[in-house]
Design a protein around this ligand. Structure first.
Ligand code: SPV
Ligand code: MG
Length: 439
């Protein structure tokens, strides 16, 4: 083939990086030998879904790539999967490092080969060399994400970016790591949780104590710190009733300083019991006036613009009716609440849907939070469509770990040895290497 025919060909390269280094430039230069280079730049959402929240937004990354010599144009790639863009652009080549032959990108690579094959395109891979300098840059980028200012701001940014975010409970370093790292690949997308929920129920349960605001704030902050030490994702803190207003203002300042993104406080007063008991136990709802004063005091104490105080409404839990819930929601937003959590312990999601629908008639923007422990048949897509912004899986790691641990303990007692219990246990080799030395 002559040089001039080569030049007419097109080369597609997918990029997710926000730290462009000589390794990228060099592979782009190589690719220009094959034809005109089209960069498929992953959207912020696609990058955040599998790697980490990008330090630079898409528009800025686009400008950087557009200005690299040899790049003909930049198009957005909204998923980890290349399929849509390849079918649209039908490039002659896709160029990539050979590092994606193994690991989580393998299915993406397999799909690229299949799509290219369908129209006669070709995959060209260059050897990938891990350079310590670049690995170090990535490490620093991750460290940056865990800094209080950066972490705190990310919840609001994620809501703005995705419309709906999901959070799972974490009550220790190890559950924080599960929330941080668990990834599932499905339909060309990488799926991860966006945030973590530091549940009062799970934090108390881990300490063998009831969920009645008995575990004090110093201990709760210690749990947050354990989680923060090994993770980067935003944290939503379950602040129970917020306690006395005079105390709540200090809680807000501490949480903000630590880099927590949001506190949710519930409109109850006196001895708090877990909401999922409903009316089976005595629980008292706070007056609208008192709770508004608490929210307003918290907002006044807040120092940054990113931190969120979310008001949680217990009217449906306490069977005070829909009108009461809606009246409270309006009043709490008026007092400065940055979001509303509506709770229910019904299996049927109807009352949650009605609340969301009626609240959204007059308020299109205030984020709505739900905790679908009981109404767990609803998918995130359905919640999003109704106007919900945060879905919290509030207790699922605790609830799944507990039966597994109990079964192991019982098996050892029954058999007078541990051999049979090994079937339920992670191999020793895996537990020894579960926590990377270098996090
Ligand atoms: C928690 O996780 O502690 C909560 C949610 O507050 S619930 O248990 O449903 O009340
Ligand atoms: Mg709680």
């Amino acid at each position: 083939m002559t040089q001039s025919t080569e030049k007419e060909k097109t080369v597609y390269m997918g990029f997710s990086t926000d730290i462009i280094h000589s390794g990228h430039i060099s592979i782009i230069q190589k690719a220009t030998q094959l034809g005109k280079v089209i960069v498929g730049l992953l959207s912020d959402e696609a990058v955040a879904s599998y790697k980490r929240y990008p330090l630079l937004p898409y528009t800025e990354r686009k400008t950087l790539f557009e200005n690299i010599r040899g790049v003909d144009r930049v198009v957005e790639q909204t998923e980890l999967s290349y399929r849509k863009n390849l079918e649209m652009l039908k490039p002659d080549y896709v160029v990539h490092g050979d590092d994606w032959r193994e690991g989580f990108q393998k299915p993406v690579r397999d799909e690229v080969i299949q799509v290219l094959g369908s129209y006669g395109g070709q995959l060209v891979e260059y050897p990938y060399t891990q350079d310590d300098k670049f690995a170090d840059m990535e490490k620093r980028a991750r460290a940056e994400l865990s800094l209080p200012d950066v972490r705190r701001a990310r919840l609001k940014k994620s809501i703005a970016m995705k419309g709906l975010v999901s959070a799972i409970e974490a009550h220790s370093g190890i559950t924080g790591l599960i929330a941080e790292k668990t990834t599932v690949y499905q339909d060309g997308k990488a799926l991860q949780f966006d945030a973590m929920w530091v549940s009062s129920l799970c934090d108390s349960t881990a300490k063998g104590k009831p969920d009645i605001e008995l575990v004090d704030m110093t201990s709760r902050f210690r749990t947050i710190d354990d989680i923060m030490e090994v993770t980067t994702k935003p944290i939503i803190f379950d602040g129970d009733t917020g306690g006395l207003t005079e105390h709540f203002v200090y809680t807000v300042k501490t949480l903000e300083r630590m880099g927590v993104s949001a506190v949710i406080i519930e409109d109850k007063t006196g001895l708090k019991k877990n909401s999922l008991f409903g009316t089976e136990v005595k629980q008292t709802q706070d007056s609208i006036e008192n709770f508004c004063a608490k929210i307003a005091a918290g907002k006044k104490a807040q120092k940054t613009k990113d931190f969120m105080i979310v008001a949680r409404i217990e009217s449906l839990i306490l069977e005070k009716g829909m009108e009461d819930a809606l009246t409270r929601a309006k009043a709490f937003v008026g007092a400065g609440a940055d979001g509303i959590m509506i709770h229910s312990r019904k299996k049927d999601p109807e009352e949650i849907f009605e609340f969301v629908h009626r609240f959204r008639e007059n308020d299109k923007t205030t984020p709505i939070v739900v905790v679908p422990t009981s109404f767990n048949s609803v998918t995130e897509e359905e919640f999003k469509e109704k106007g919900v912004n945060i879905v919290i899986y509030a207790n699922h790691l605790t609830r799944s770990a507990f039966p597994a641990m109990k079964k192991t303990a019982e098996t050892i007692l029954e058999k007078h040895r541990a051999q049979e219990a090994d079937a339920f246990c992670m191999p020793i080799r895996e537990i020894l290497t579960l926590i990377p030395e270098d996090i």
